[in-house]
Write a protein of this length. Structure first.
Lengths: 257, 644, 258
């Protein structure tokens, strides 16, 4: 038997990379969702803005976030490379191809679904991540009376703002923060963006219904006992609950707030 | 005189002694020899792999796109071996005896004994290769009784034993291809044998893709090309199975033995019309629980054929369970030939069923009632599904229709004990030779013979021949014999391509098949065979004057491929008829109407026919010469079969 | 009585691997529903031959669903509209009078068209040659019953071994991936005790050869499993991945070094 190629440049190795980055992105989704659930709190964004600050300034999280960016890029690049290789594996297509009879639509169109998600990601990052990191969001000050627990919030100007700041004066906690919450509220008044988000979450749903279980199949984890659990998680958690909750956020701001 | 070269000495010691007596080729010299293997079924693949392992250079040839597709793959039932794992009284001697008896005492004792002897090694070999044989819960190999045997000695891999064994041999072959010891030529067809100084020294092939006519040289040539059942057009063989390689070798001096011995399998799915291209076999295990019947009267049969009556409308009293009636002790489990012949009798009597009237019923209603549908489904579910798929009739609800079909050819190239033909250096293995099955083959023995010849016989006997050559010189490819033979083949191809008549090659092949089936099939008469001889002569003339062959040589040309094969089948048909005419006895798989007992059963004539007929080609359009190899039985007593 | 039908066949015709092909429309009239699909093509070919036209070349041999030689993508499905059978087991009763049937060869870079509907599948042989065997010579092997193999394991190995190498998995896969085929052989030997010695070397060698041949990558759509005439399961691919990754990451002694 001949000398073997390095693992990661083989077809199976590339699949492995898709699988591992995909699973990592799935775990990120869970964390991201839990954090973003604070958007539904009626506290003028107090919890959400706190959370946003924590996520962008806590060192271990920052490390993980670079891993995340890398995962997104690698997942997309490998998807492109694999798609091109797959295209090359069938230079002449079929005149008639009845894929519906042997496989699910989403499993055959992960590239399209992934592209929609990628377009969404660019918009999403530009709207929030970029603006947040480049000082393009409004600022807010929360004053909480520590005796009563009552909080009052007011917009402040750039001149009043000194990064994130928590002080206690006269038994009143004063928190000054970047108001990402406001930015969210502002962005989601745009019906076009809301529609894009909903479509993207639908794409995410179908992408993950196939992708989640597919990642485990690629890892070689296939067993009568836990395949049903993986399939259940893939469909209900990653295919329904997560995308639906994410999709509710823009809808909530557009219709409710 | 034909010399079978059977070694002297007691039966059980012949092979051991012979192995010792044979000369060996020094390991360093083996690589100086090249061996050509034609055909990559069980015999060919196992031989090629084993010889390459020993150090010989091997070239393999097959007409399919891969060695794995040879028709050995289609064998369903199993493979016999005298392992005696079941402690039920089996032994090498018993397997030998059953095989000799099953062949109706028309096989060579020494060959059959050796077959039984090495059968045990075959199973070891296959298991070591990773062949997934059926196992019992304890993890040991499972056996079943097959084809009416009284012991359970058949190893099997569900209904795909042939496939699994072939894939095992194919994997061994692949290993040697990877090592560079075997060069595999696929989509190549052997069209002639090259002889130098009387010895086989190469072959001429046609590359089926490019049409290139090539010569290949070797120190020995092994024909492992299977049987010639497609001479009947309809058979259970694959569409591509043909006699061409064997026939062209025959024309170069290899005697053809017992060509008229063909095996007809009783449980096949009947023909539906002229468009039928092949016949599908269903395991004869179906007869364990199915009951064979036809209506008692022609009138009822006619109504069934027209669809005026359904099978279930026929009352018990109006049914003729003819096998149970005629053979009360064996009933539906009579041997293949008896079951087949009786079905034909019923059809000839006008009592056949189905649209065409050329079928009998195999009814499971009684066993479904007795065992329950689930039990029957567990045993035969896959066969029932296959039947349903092909016929669109549900065998759980209405009886199956079955009819016999040509399945295996016991005749073939004559070989001696070493499997060498009458051409030195030319060998024939597996179904291609005549040697081990006599006039009728026992169930689950075909796979055994192919692998026995390839794995355990030929590696020894070829060595003996090569060692005695006294030279390690490479074959001289510039020898004019190569060029001359190649030119002759080209000439023949061009003659075929020039045919531009009105009949397609298939038209003529179908006609040949009808003649062979009608007159040289299960039941034969001197009169019928004489008629057949005239008909084939006419057909041969028709072929060479009125066939239509299209296209050119330099392409994938199925019209040309078929034409060459049919031309050879026609000539083989003539020889089969001659052979059948000469053998005026009922024996094995065939029934000679002139030779029957008072009860109408087959009557073998040991006094006059205990011999192998080996035919020598004398030239185009000339009668072949018959040579007889007398069969000497020193160990078994010849008895008449009876199934009453 | 057999029903008869008239059909319009749209068949891929291509002279050889060097020329371009195109679809040709051929009428097939008076086709009996109890014919097999290949018998229908026989009838068409006989007619073409009588007219002096080149018959349509297609691969076929045993015509009982076991040799793996027949192919054909029929109306967008490898081996036609039914599940669990090969083209030679398909009958015309699955079609209806007046229907148009599109017949194409397997499409994959690794399976170049030889003529019309026949493709070159020797890539499969080369993958098997790379490691689809146990390294034993003839003779000198232990008794067949020396190693007991649990029935369930033997049965599972058989399920994998039942692959007929037809290539429908490649034809069905949108990526023309051969992973079902390759994984079936790797699985058979990974399961059996006889295959253990070169277990990890085999997985690497066969995957390498598969990649060299230019097959696509698996995206786990399951089309191969659905169209496989022998029901080879997707779990084989998972097993192949396990074998391969185990070899590469955890079996230093079995990894080849350049």
């Amino acid at each position: 038997m001949s000398n073997s190629k390095p693992a990661l440049s083989s077809s199976l190795g590339r699949k492995l990379i898709m699988s591992l980055t995909g699973i990592f992105l799935c775990t990120f989704l869970v964390v991201h969702l839990i954090g973003n659930m604070q958007l539904f709190k009626d506290d003028a964004g107090y919890a959400f803005n706190n959370y946003a600050y924590f996520m962008t300034h806590f060192t271990p999280i920052k490390v993980v976030s670079y891993l995340l960016y890398a995962s997104i890029i690698i997942h997309a690049i490998y998807a492109l490379v694999l798609s091109l290789k797959n295209k090359a594996a069938r230079p002449i297509g079929y005149e008639k191809y009845d894929g519906q009879s042997n496989s699910k639509w989403n499993s055959r169109n992960m590239g399209i679904l992934g592209t929609i998600i990628l377009v969404f990601l660019v918009t999403h990052l530009q709207n929030f991540w970029w603006k947040y990191h480049n000082d393009q969001v409004p600022y807010i000050e929360y004053r909480t009376d520590l005796a009563t627990g009552a909080t009052a919030a007011r917009e402040i100007q750039a001149a009043d703002f000194n990064d994130f700041q928590t002080t206690i004066e006269n038994n009143v906690e004063i928190v000054k923060a970047r108001d990402l919450y406001k930015q969210v509220d502002f962005a989601f008044q745009n019906i076009g963006l809301v529609i894009l988000y909903v479509i993207a979450m639908a794409a995410l749903a179908f992408h993950l219904i196939h992708g989640f279980k597919s990642a485990f199949q690629t890892l070689g984890l296939s067993h009568k006992k836990y395949v049903p659990i993986i399939e259940f998680l893939g469909v209900w958690v990653f295919g329904v609950i997560i995308p639906v909750l994410f999709a509710l956020m823009p809808l909530y701001f557009y219709f409710v707030k | 005189m034909l010399d079978s070269k059977v070694p002297a000495g007691p039966l059980a010691e012949k092979w051991s002694k012979h192995k010792f007596d044979m000369k060996l080729v020094n390991p360093a010299n083996k690589r100086k020899f090249t061996i050509i293997v034609v055909g990559t079924g069980l015999a060919g693949a196992s031989a090629a792999a084993s010889l390459a392992e020993l150090g010989y250079n091997v070239k393999t040839f097959c007409y399919q796109d891969s060695p794995r597709r040879a028709h050995s793959i289609a064998a369903q039932g199993g493979i016999n071996a005298a392992k005696s794992y079941q402690n039920d009284g089996d032994s090498v001697y018993r397997l030998f005896y059953d095989t000799i008896k099953g062949g109706d005492y028309r096989a060579r004792e020494a060959n059959v004994y050796r077959l039984a002897e090495v059968s045990v090694n075959i199973i070891d070999q296959c298991v070591a290769q990773g062949v997934p044989f059926a196992r019992e819960y304890g993890g040991l190999l499972d056996n079943r009784s097959f084809g009416g045997a009284q012991v359970s000695r058949t190893f099997y891999a569900r209904g795909q034993t042939g496939q699994q064994l072939l894939l095992g041999a194919y994997s061994a072959l692949n290993r040697q291809i990877q090592k560079g010891k075997v060069t595999s030529y696929t989509r190549h067809e052997m069209l002639d044998l090259v002889k130098i100084d009387g010895h086989a020294r190469g072959i001429i092939t046609r590359d089926l893709i490019t049409g290139k006519i090539e010569s290949h040289e070797g120190h020995a040539v092994l024909l492992c090309t299977g049987g010639y059942g497609n001479v009947f057009f309809l058979s259970t063989n694959a569409m591509g199975c043909n006699v061409t390689a064997a026939w062209r070798a025959h024309k170069r001096g290899a005697f053809f033995a017992n060509p008229c011995y063909t095996q007809i399998h009783p449980t096949c799915i009947p023909v539906t019309g002229d468009h039928q291209s092949k016949l599908t076999l269903m395991s004869e295990s179906l007869r364990n629980d199915g009951r064979v019947w036809v209506p008692k009267t022609k009138e009822l049969s006619a109504k069934l054929r027209k669809g005026e009556l359904k099978p279930s409308d026929i009352q018990e009293a109006d049914r003729d369970y003819f096998l149970e009636r005629k053979y009360p002790s064996f009933g539906n489990l009579v041997p293949r030939d008896v079951a087949s012949r009786n079905a034909k009798e019923m059809v000839d009597d006008g009592r056949g069923v189905g649209k065409t009237g050329v079928a009998v019923f195999l009814d499971f209603a009684e066993s479904i009632g007795r065992l329950g549908k689930d039990t029957v489904a567990a045993k035969y579910g896959n066969l029932f599904d296959m039947y349903y798929q092909i016929t669109d009739e549900n065998p759980y609800e209405q009886p199956m229709r079955i009819y016999p079909a040509v399945h295996y050819t016991m005749g073939g190239i004559w070989v001696d004990y070493n499997l060498m033909t009458t051409v030195p250096g030319l060998y024939a293995l597996g179904e291609c030779n005549f040697s081990d099955h006599g006039a009728n083959r026992l169930g689950a023995s075909a796979l055994m013979q192919g692998l026995s010849d390839g794995y355990f016989v030929i590696p020894y006997t070829v060595g003996d021949y090569l060692a005695k050559l006294g030279s390690f010189e490479a074959i001289d490819k510039t020898n004019p014999a190569f060029e001359q033979t190649r030119k002759e083949v080209e000439g023949k191809v061009n003659t075929l391509l020039a045919l531009n008549g009105t009949k397609t090659v298939d038209d003529i092949h179908k006609e040949l098949g009808k003649i062979m089936w009608e007159y040289c099939g299960m039941a034969r008469t001197a009169e019928g065979l004489t008629t057949a001889k005239g008909l084939i002569k006419e057909l041969k003339n028709e072929f060479w004057t009125n066939a239509k062959v299209l296209g050119e040589n330099e392409e994938l040309n199925m019209s040309l491929e078929k034409a060459g094969r049919v031309a050879d089948f026609i000539e083989l048909g003539e020889l089969m008829v001659d052979d059948a005419l000469g053998r005026a006895e009922s024996c094995g798989g065939h029934f000679r109407l002139e030779s029957q007992t008072e009860e109408g059963e087959a009557k073998r004539d040991d006094e006059n026919f205990t011999f192998v007929s080996a035919w020598e080609f004398k030239g185009e359009n000339q009668e072949e010469t018959l040579h007889k190899e007398d069969l000497i039985f020193e160990n078994v007593k010849l008895t008449q079969r009876s199934y009453k | 009585m057999a029903q008869h039908m008239n059909l319009t066949l749209k068949i891929w015709r291509q002279k050889n691997d060097k020329t371009k092909g195109q679809f040709v429309t051929i009428q097939a009239n008076d086709i009996a529903d109890d014919m097999s699909f290949l018998e229908m093509l026989d009838v068409v070919n006989e007619e073409l031959t009588r007219k002096g036209e080149d018959p349509v070349y297609f691969d076929h041999d045993c015509r009982e669903g076991i040799c793996g030689m027949c192919s054909l993508v029929i109306n967008g499905r490898p081996h036609g509209p039914k599940y669990g059978i090969t083209t030679c087991q398909l009958h015309m009763r699955s079609f209806h009078d007046g229907q148009t049937i599109v017949i194409e060869p397997w499409r994959a870079a690794a399976f170049p068209v030889l003529k019309d509907l026949a493709v070159d599948r020797t890539a499969f042989d080369r993958i098997q040659q790379a490691g689809g065997y146990v390294n034993v010579n003839t003779g000198g092997v232990p008794d067949a019953n020396e190693i007991a193999i649990p029935k369930r394991v033997a049965d599972e190995a058989f399920e994998s071994a039942t692959c007929i190498g037809c290539g429908a998995c490649v034809a069905a896969c949108k990526n023309a991936s051969a992973m079902l085929f390759v994984s079936a052989k790797i699985s058979q030997f990974a399961l059996l005790p006889q295959g253990q010695t070169e277990r990890y070397e085999r997985a690497q060698a066969m995957v390498d050869q598969m990649d060299t041949e230019g097959f696509g990558n698996c995206t786990n759509t399951g089309a191969c499993e659905a169209e496989c005439p022998k029901g080879i399961k997707l779990s084989n691919i998972a097993r192949m991945n396990r074998e391969y990754f185990t070899a590469k990451f955890f079996r230093e002694e079995d990894v080849h070094v350049h």
